[in-house]
Every structure is written in structure tokens, then in C-alpha cells.
Design a protein around this ligand. Structure first.
Ligand SMILES: [Zn+2]
Length: 271
């Protein structure tokens, strides 16, 4: 067992009986150890420990495209990376070394450049190059779209929405010489109009930032994900998997247990 994992979290994960598959969302993987500066970065040391835990606990990695059809068996996991930061190349090598796969969602305008969209608090990191994306695909990874310019799709007019969805798809297909059918909505922002437009544009699977079991609801264009953050200890990571939720601090879990208990104690209603 990994010494960084507390025994209760380890037991919660080991004894959990997941009703479905999971998807994890990463952004930057920062070189080094400890807690990365940016909330959406995970240090390489922590990333490696998380992969080792997944393997040790018998999780099997798939790609987002594999969620287009029937529900995947429990302990199936799709590891996803949003934006396409260049520091993810080392993460790809770690995955490949372990025989694991993952799905990347790339902002097509910024390939090989600096992230050019403006978000408060997010660093302007260099992005993966075309050659790196090709190498990752050749190494068994899935490359999907994350819009062309990282706009919030729910705020685009119809023309802008179609353009964001189709330009990113065409750019990546040209670069990778294969169909691109997976998408991650920037900021997770989606509604019925965005989902319908994604379908018309030819996407078969798309992921959101809603938490829960990945294929809950059965719509392959609204796949749920858990977000992995800089300060997630290995124990918190394990609890996220066990509960399919981001809110897994002990107080939240106590409240969860209390609600379960109250529901059980409530007298059953007569039909
Ligand atoms: Zn993004």
C-alpha cells in the first residue's frame, strides 16, 4: 500500500463498489513534487503516485471515444487532460510506460504556441506542438477537441458556436489524419443548444465538468468528470474515486453519511 494513503481512505476506495466508470480531468502537470502553484496543475510526483494507485487498485484505462456505446464496466477510467499544455508530454510518457491510455482535449488555435485566451488566475503556459500531438497519438493516446479559441460555448451566437466546433475538428483532423469525434466543453459550459450543435458537427462523445459516475444519464455528449487539483493528497484522490465527487473532505463525507442514515431511519411511506 502507498504510505501516503491513510488507512480509512484506502479502505473506502478498496471496498467501494462503483456502479459505473469514471473520468478524471487534469490540466497542467508541473515538473517536480509537492503542491503545484496553480490550482489546476498537479505536480509530476503526485501524478505518478495517482497512476500507481489506479493500477494497484485494478482500474483499467480507456479513451473518451470508448464511451460512445454501452456503459463501460466498473473500474474503467478515462483520464482526460484539458487545454493541451506542453508539460503534459511528460505525463503522456508516464502513462505509456505503464501501458495506460488517456484522452487530450486541445485548443486548436494555440497548438505549438502560448495559451492565448485570458482567464484570471490561469498562467499563460506553452502548448503541445503538432509533432508532439502526432507522437502521442502514435503512442496510443486519443487527441480530441476543446474548441478553437477556448470560448465559453454557451455564450457564442449560433455562427460562433458552429465555427468553434468545426474549426477545431477540422484543424485536428488535418494534423492527425484521422477522425476527431471527442470533445471537452471549455469551462464545462454546455446546454441543450451546445450539445445539439456538437452532435451536428460530428462529435460522438463530449465531457463536461459535472461530477459523478462518468456515464450517469447515458448521454455520451454529457459525460461527467472529477477534477484533480494541486492540493489533492493521495488520500483525497482515493476518496474522490470512491464517491465520484470532488467534495470529499471529511466534513462533507460526515454530512453525506448523516443524510444516508436519516433516509434509512425515516419510516417507509405506505403506497
Ligand atoms: Zn479548458
Amino acid at each position: 500500500m502507498n504510505p501516503a494513503l491513510d488507512p480509512i481512505s484506502a479502505r473506502l476506495l478498496r471496498n467501494s463498489q462503483p456502479p459505473g466508470s469514471l473520468a478524471l480531468m487534469y490540466h497542467s502537470v508541473a515538473p517536480g513534487s509537492g503542491t503545484a502553484d496553480w490550482h489546476y496543475a498537479v505536480s509530476m510526483q503526485r501524478f505518478r503516485a495517482q497512476l500507481d494507485l489506479l493500477q494497484g487498485e485494478g482500474w483499467r484505462t480507456c479513451q473518451l471515444a470508448d464511451m460512445a456505446g454501452a456503459a463501460l464496466p466498473p473500474r474503467s477510467m478515462v483520464i482526460t487532460f484539458d487545454d493541451g499544455y506542453q508539460d503534459n508530454f511528460a505525463a503522456f510518457e508516464e502513462l505509456a510506460k505503464r501501458g495506460m491510455t488517456a484522452s487530450w482535449f486541445v485548443v486548436s488555435r494555440d497548438i505549438g504556441a502560448l495559451a492565448a485566451w485570458q482567464d484570471s488566475g490561469s498562467p499563460q503556459l506553452p502548448m503541445l506542438s503538432a509533432a508532439q500531438l502526432r507522437e502521442m497519438q502514435a503512442g496510443g493516446m486519443e487527441i480530441g477537441a476543446h474548441s478553437h479559441t477556448h470560448r465559453r460555448l454557451t455564450q457564442c451566437d449560433d455562427t460562433g458556436l458552429v465555427s468553434e466546433l468545426t474549426q477545431s475538428k477540422a484543424t485536428l483532423e488535418n494534423l492527425l489524419q484521422r477522425p476527431v469525434t471527442s470533445l471537452a466543453y471549455p469551462y464545462g459550459a454546455h446546454d441543450d443548444r451546445v450539445v445539439a450543435a456538437a452532435r451536428v458537427a460530428g462529435y460522438q462523445t463530449a465531457c463536461t465538468t459535472r461530477t459523478g459516475w462518468a456515464q450517469a444519464g447515458n448521454d455520451p455528449l454529457q459525460i461527467r468528470r472529477l477534477s484533480i487539483h494541486a492540493d489533492d493528497s493521495l488520500s483525497r484522490f482515493a476518496r474522490k474515486l470512491a464517491f465520484a465527487d470532488n467534495a470529499v473532505d471529511w466534513l462533507s463525507l460526515l454530512n453525506y453519511a448523516k443524510r444516508q442514515l436519516l433516509a434509512r431511519l425515516r419510516p417507509a411511506r405506505t403506497p
